[in-house]
Design a protein around this ligand. Structure first.
Ligand SMILES: Nc1ncnc2c1ncn2[C@@H]1O[C@H](COP(=O)(O)OP(=O)(O)OP(=O)(O)O)[C@@H](O)[C@H]1O
Length: 246
């Protein structure tokens, strides 16, 4: 269980997070949505232990949490297998075993024919799969994902979402995922948590009970429409479109 209790955060004079409490249970997928600048990334970094919150506490009871970033953050000078094995190297796993595990993951994520490629020789979708493989290589049981698919085009994004759902389900991995996209959150989350404009606080939580396999496009748009009928959710998203058009 990952538990954030009463998290508040201030950068300089600016309050960015206000009293956020949130739990992620083993095997559960929780999506965080909210307007740009409301503190989503900061909250994820706090959950990962990369930022010390100004207020509140984080209890991470998972064996290992791993972060997956929007742009993959692969080492450009390392080939695919070495990028997958990066965390294992840091853990002191011998090279031979690192490569065995990296090869198995490359195969599982459809990258078997790219072992010797450098990141710039891979598509955006492949780079994100390498980033996911890297998190799986260290046997993370909780993934902290920061808009991992937002740089992908629509087709690749849908493929990557399906792959993530499959990996989470098969391995029983928990996920806390930040996204701008309400339909993505409704596709990938057991729960969708909506944050207000900055300073981010939770204004709505939606439990999505429909099985993942049955969340087709019609369902996603209908569910997003229903969610937007909650005034606090609409306020967050209207704020976002005002920001974009301003
Ligand atoms: N290291 C930092 N130092 C100072 N201010 C920061 C720092 N990191 C983030 N901020 C500020 O905190 C606020 C929240 O940023 P954050 O990246 O957490 O928001 P976000 O909701 O993830 O935004 P987006 O959706 O645009 O990525 C912003 O005003 C940002 O400028």
């Amino acid at each position: 269980m990952l538990s954030l209790e009463g998290i508040g955060h201030v950068f300089g004079m600016e309050r960015v997070i206000d009293r956020v409490s949130l739990r992620v249970a083993p095997g559960e997928s929780v999506c965080l949505v909210g307007p740009s600048g409301c503190g989503k990334t900061t909250l994820l970094r706090i959950a990962a232990g990369l930022v010390e919150p100004t207020e509140g506490r984080v209890n991470d009871g998972f064996r290992r949490s791993a972060m997956v970033f929007q742009e993959g953050r692969l080492l450009p000078w390392r080939r695919l297998l070495d990028n997958i094995a990066l965390g294992l190297k840091a853990m002191g796993v011998p090279r031979r075993e690192r490569l065995v595990r990296a090869r198995a993951l490359a195969a599982e994520l459809g990258l078997a024919d790219r072992h010797d490629h450098f990141p710039h020789e891979l598509s955006g979708g492949m780079q994100q799969r390498v980033a996911l493989a890297r998190a799986l290589a260290v046997e993370a049981d909780c993934l902290l994902l920061d808009e991992p698919f937002s740089a992908l085009d629509v087709g690749m994004r849908s493929e990557a979402q399906a792959l993530l759902l499959d990996l989470l389900a098969r391995r029983g991995i928990a996920a806390l995922m930040v996204t701008h996209d309400l339909t993505e959150a409704l596709r990938l989350g057991h729960r969708v948590v909506v944050l207000s404009p900055a300073p981010g606080r939770i204004v709505h939580e939606e439990r999505v009970t429909r099985p993942f396999a049955e969340r087709d496009t019609a369902f996603l748009f209908e569910a997003a429409g229903a969610l937007l009928r909650h005034p606090a959710v609409a306020e967050s998203f209207l704020f976002q479109s005002r920001e974009v058009t301003a």
